[in-house]
Design a protein around this ligand. Structure first.
Ligand SMILES: [Fe+2]
Ligand SMILES: [Fe+2]
Length: 204
């Protein structure tokens, strides 16, 4: 395989960087596969003490979203919302948000980015010094209610070992579709619907 001529980036040539750009493009096409692999890994190694693994939690969240008629953005966001638990456990919400940010709507990214604070309403009152109302700081935000609904319907309730989730393979086409999109294309990262309102979650 061709390689660059430099050992320091500042010494690279036009030819070097044109070659790297082409290779990066083909590297990007495997993002969905890498995410799949990390989810699979979460089936073997995730937070102890829960009744199900983080992989099963993500599958349950994505399955509930899909069964509610959610679009690709939401299904993939639900699937990946805790993918940062292994590498960035203290800010896993922001890590997941950065993974999806170039490819999904601003509203979906915002909800994933802040879901950690919104989840605290369900458990923080059991812990000394924690604030269950952490989400209140966002109460005037355009996407506040969407984040409330995401956590209620597709996150806090997704720890049930008896739930009949779709398997990971089922969601591969969803991952492939979303991560094949042109990064930061306006048609995908649009902030709101045509009326300037949040798109929110489907009501079914
Ligand atoms: Fe989370
Ligand atoms: Fe979660």
């Amino acid at each position: 395989m061709a390689t660059v001529s430099f050992t320091q980036m500042k010494h690279g040539s036009h030819q070097d960087y044109v070659m790297l750009q082409a290779l990066e493009h083909s590297f990007y096409t495997k993002t969905a596969q890498r995410l799949h692999d990390e989810l699979e890994r979460q089936g073997q190694d995730s937070l102890d003490g829960y009744l199900i693994s983080r992989l099963e939690h993500g599958l349950q969240a994505a399955t509930r979203a899909w069964r509610d008629g959610a679009n690709d953005d939401w299904v993939v966001a639900a699937l990946l919302h805790d993918i940062g638990d292994g590498l960035a456990p203290q800010n896993h919400d922001r890590m997941a948000a950065e993974i999806i940010r170039p490819f999904v709507s601003e509203e979906v990214t915002w909800v994933i980015e802040h879901h950690g604070a919104f989840q605290m309403i369900y458990y923080a009152h059991h812990l000394t010094g924690w604030n269950p109302n952490e989400r209140d700081q966002y109460s005037d935000h355009l996407y506040y209610q969407t984040a409330v609904d995401f956590c209620e319907r597709w996150d806090q309730n997704c720890f049930d070992p008896s739930y009949d989730s779709q398997q990971l393979d089922f969601f591969v086409p969803f991952l492939e579709r979303v991560f094949a999109r042109k990064a930061y294309a306006a048609e995908f990262i649009k902030p709101c619907n045509s009326q300037g309102l949040p798109q929110a979650l489907p009501t079914s």
